[in-house]
Design a binder for this molecule. Sequence first.
Ligand code: ADP
Ligand code: MG
Length: 593
Amino acid sequence: MSRIRLLSEQVASQVAAGEVVERPASVVKELVENSLDAGATHIEVAIRRGGISSIRVTDDGCGMDRDDALLCLERHATSKIRTGADLAAIRTLGFRGEALPSIASVSRFRLATRERGAEAGTEILVNGGKIESVRECGDAPGTSIEARHLFYNLPARRKFLRTENTESSHVQHQLMLQAVGHPGVGFVLVEDGRTVWQLPPAAGLLDRVRDLAGADLAAQMIELARCDRAGITVSGLICKPGVSRATRAGQIVFVNGRPVENPILNQALREGYHTALMKGQFPVTYLFVEMDPAAVDVNVHPAKREVRFRDGIAVREAVVEAVRAGIESGRDRWRESFRPVAGLPAAPTFRADWAGAAGVSVGVPVPDRDNAPEPELPIPVPQVSPSPPLARPGAPEMPAASQFRILGVLGKLYVLMENAEGLVLVDQHAAHERILFEELRKRMETGAAPSQRLLIPATVQVPPRDADWIERNLETLAAMGVAIEPFGPNTFKVDGLPPFLRCADPAALLRYLVDELRRTSGASSKMRLGEDVIAKTVCRWAVKANDALREPELVKLVEDLLACDLPYCCPHGRPTMIQISFDELERKFGRRV
Ligand code: ADP
Ligand code: MG
């Protein structure tokens, strides 16, 4: 007895729908993608009860004639590709010709569409994949598609839907991705009759992000200069160092206009940020990677969420480069904000109560404060301008970096400063870590890492696996200031250590270093390896939170910080400085809404 049967078109569609249509958000995604492919400039999405009760997407795109409107409900009907070869160079968001029949097979479906200039439009009603009626309609040019009672005919699937709120947040996330990917298109989101978003067509990505995510987040972003490398273009926004999230949710990357998830891109972002990103944290990005469609396979995931690159290394390098350049440019703009405040004494002024606080020296020459006259509040100090110094009679010249005003220290940790934009808080411990880190790295680069001879050299025996590793990394260890040489089987002699490692037990230290270096040995280069270890170890040496610094030390700390390559975060990616703008203060004090 034969058992194999061809599935009916309707059942086949329901099976296919299992892949494409997971929840209301996937319907929204497919419909909005179709609208974008149709060249729409305005798209309205209206949902009820999180989309479970109904989803309607209306656009002002090219519309369809009657024949196409009927055809688009057939499986494998698409206007976007013709031949197998076209699959290798997809420029549209859709190409499978599966979304509409799939959605129509699991909902009560209405399609109304009209080409521009056509006398009338076409309305088609479908119920669970069966066409119920086809008639003329007078809808506006464009297309409106409504899917009601999702999975009404598949109770098993319907059970998998979450609460209205959860489904609604998935819809919002989908729509947010599309809106970010297409800033020039206007979007409206209506939920249960209430307009939730109204996004006018924006001039650019930054405007769109501001409209969507608020001015505060937008102000935290660095705009990348469009960067072209081996046919791969990278552009968009990345967050400033020190701004990050505990999940990847804010890390949005588009490849050829499509939001995707891809491990190569994830690694490239991390590598690009390097020490500007805390462990276990993720950047906030709106990154756009553009390349020849033939260089990327988008046909690897039913919901087109994943892509595969032909040349992953080239993509990775392009992204790393763009992010690095972006962070550098961000630093220059950040320094700009430390220009002198108009009408303010630009150099540091000190408050009597903390100028005399007991302090520890961090290598800054400290004037004999006992003999210095008690300063008044504030000390009259010379005005400083970036280029020619203001000719104030008798005013000594201040170093150019002193273009800030120190107000005091909070909780023995946070230095309070004023700049043109408002209040700046500096974490003195994080700042010192950053300064030390860069100093040691520089010395490592020039091969001049400080190494302090041990009075009594230590011999250390290690397990064979570690011995092998140490042998291969002697150079890296030497560059870090660890003077070490083989001394018999699985044994090494250590006779010098970096001075900042104040350490009584060289054997324990060596084991610690090997473990640390091993753990980070996914890192790309010897240099990077050393950097990671430096970052971990400077922590021990850096100024501790409650080391009370005297004012000249504070000034020096801030000046040194400003001179760093990456001043705004410590080597672990924690922020060194936080800016609270006058704007924000005014809002907090209710002077402004
Ligand atoms: P795909 O997008 O993969 O081609 P779909 O099932 O999503 O498959 O859509 C089938 C076809 O219907 C599309 O190729 C397109 O020609 C047409 N279509 C769908 N939505 C719209 C729309 N909003 N405006 C104009 N044409 C549309
Ligand atoms: Mg489609």
